[in-house]
Design a protein around this ligand. Structure first.
Ligand SMILES: [Zn+2]
Length: 544
């Protein structure tokens, strides 16, 4: 199965995906939305069974004499067992030839209902088969929001109301879902847990015979739902709390106070993890080390702002959700392991991260002719997703270096109030806040063109005046216009090592530099401040 088709591919390995851009598309007004919605999910794992009973109030947005309630997204997994309402007669499991997976329940009213009318409905759904986003096996049950496992209006979604979500499960099982557990216990020989789901949350869950570890802060909680992963829970919870504090210091209070992180058996579904609102699901094999779990957590948590609170739209929106999530992860990682460790991770990854979302991975992709400018990233492309997480992270780092971290995060906090942020708007906001920084040119060269600078350097000592002095020539070898860069050059002389900044804006720039002693070696951008071609990528093509 080609997993790269999913638009919310998330973190690393191509099967990661998350709900970051779920609400990004602008849609016309749906036929109806829920005003209330309470649901009970019954799981019988031994028989692979799942049923969902719900009661809700629909509010009509148009005058109509019938309404449709649709389940299933792109995968056929559920069917209606029943649909009833005092308002009219129902038909269930109606098909739509354009969307073969959909099962539609229709309520027919005796006379047209006016906009604003409220309709009470009751429904029961049952699982017909396991599918990509929803599965029930003997060891666990999972349903993410992509399954569309609660009826929605036609082909459009709407903001969901708060509501109760109760799970009935075998004794010893727990369910991880969005929000808070408000009741739990035994009912008819089975375990139950009731969640209060906050407003606007797409419902998702995973249930299994979990053991729980809790980390509590005054206004929030992080719960860890573990099966077999051998992790030090208390150390991990401390790291999570530190990561949350780190991000909150930069972006403000996290939009979801309560977070659940749940391990998923490797054989349940063919994907590696998912980020839902307040819920992170991670496959067991991705939980090999605390570092791996932590890195995943920070990326997913950053989506709470960059993907969920702000749902970027338009071309290049990947930079503002996936790019920002990975950028935030690197910033946190750097605060823990230092700059060198963070740069190594950014360039070459780690045993538990995706090799495609690294600088090396990006250049590999560029070498195979698949590079696109960051301003033109398309949200359905797996390659573009990786570009956002590699070159995109670099460009955000260079921008933060240029304007200073304080101003950088100040602008981001301002932009958080714009739910449909575009890359164009992002650029304009930075240009307005830092007019002296030449950012329009910075953005043009880093966002509007593919590739990176390929810098060459030649030098020779110049002894004519008797003073140690060297001629340094810097070449730009990449295709297209030369970049405008302030390039640091490290100069090793026989009387010490010095660094100098050289401004380059042409294909070839030569400067004369006074030195303490005879020059013996010169290195371009020794501190890795810029995304430029480096000798460590030499097993790849040299981009031209
Ligand atoms: Zn992501």
């Amino acid at each position: 199965m080609n997993l790269t088709v999913f638009k919310r591919l998330c973190l690393g390995i191509s099967a990661w995906f998350c709900v970051a851009t779920l609400c990004a598309q602008e849609a016309p007004r749906p036929q109806w939305c829920y005003e209330t919605l309470d649901t009970t999910v019954s799981i019988v794992p031994d028989r692979g069974m799942l049923s969902i009973r719900g009661t809700g109030t629909l509010v009509l947005h148009h005058e109509t004499s019938s309404v449709d309630l649709r389940v299933n997204g792109s995968w056929q997994t559920l069917r209606f067992e029943s649909l009833s309402s005092r308002a009219g007669d129902s038909k269930i499991n109606v098909l739509n030839p354009e969307h073969k997976a959909w099962r539609i329940g229709t309520l027919q009213f005796s006379k047209p209902r006016a906009p604003g009318s409220r309709i009470q409905v009751e429904f029961e759904l049952v699982k017909e088969r396991d599918a990509f986003p929803l599965a029930v096996k003997a060891n666990a049950a999972v349903a993410i929001s992509d399954a569309v496992w609660l009826p929605v209006s036609g082909d459009m979604g709407c903001d969901l109301p708060p509501g109760k979500l109760t799970f009935l499960m075998p004794v010893g099982w727990h369910a991880a879902s969005n929000g808070k557990v408000v009741a739990s216990g035994m009912r008819e020989g089975r375990a139950f847990e009731t969640y209060q789901i906050p407003k606007s949350h797409q419902r998702a869950f995973i249930a299994a015979p979990y053991h729980l570890a809790n980390g509590r802060a005054p206004t929030s909680s992080i719960d860890l739902y573990l099966l077999n992963a051998t992790l030090n829970s208390s150390r991990l919870l401390e790291s999570f709390a530190a990561a949350r504090q780190f991000l909150e210091e930069r972006y403000g209070p996290v939009p979801f106070a309560d977070y659940k992180i749940a391990e998923m058996p490797n054989d349940l579904v063919p994907w590696y993890g998912a980020s839902e609102e307040g819920l992170i699901i991670t496959r067991n094999e991705m939980m090999g080390s605390e570092e791996a779990v932590l890195n995943n957590f920070v990326h997913e948590l950053a989506h709470a702002w960059w993907g969920n609170k702000v749902t970027p739209t338009g071309p290049g929106s990947y930079l503002l959700n996936e790019g920002m999530a990975s950028f935030s992860g690197i910033e946190f990682f750097e605060s823990r392991v230092g700059r060198e460790g963070a740069l190594a991770y950014l360039e070459f990854g780690s045993p538990s991260s995706s090799p495609d979302a690294t600088t090396y991975g990006y250049l590999q992709l560029a070498c195979s002719g698949k590079d696109v400018p960051l301003a033109a990233l398309k949200p359905d492309s797996g390659d573009d997703y990786n570009i956002a997480q590699s070159k995109g992270v670099w460009v955000l780092r260079m921008l933060a270096d240029r304007v200073g971290r304080e101003r950088f995060f100040h602008v981001l906090r301002m932009l958080e109030s714009e739910p449909n942020l575009t890359q164009e708007r992002f650029r304009k906001a930075f240009e307005a806040e830092a007019p002296e920084m030449g950012l329009s040119q910075f953005f043009r060269q880093w966002l509007d063109r593919p590739g990176i600078p390929v810098i060459g350097l030649e030098w020779r000592n110049q002894n004519a005046t008797g003073k140690p002095r060297a001629l340094i020539t810097i070449f730009q070898k990449q295709r297209g216009e030369p970049y405008d860069l302030d390039l640091e050059v490290l100069l090793r002389t026989r009387k010490g090592v010095v660094t100098r900044s050289v401004h380059i804006d042409r294909a070839q720039v030569t400067v004369e530099i006074d030195l303490p002693g005879e020059l013996v070696d010169a290195v371009v951008d020794p501190g890795s401040r810029l995304l430029v071609w480096r000798p460590s990528y030499r097993t790849l093509c040299t981009p031209r």
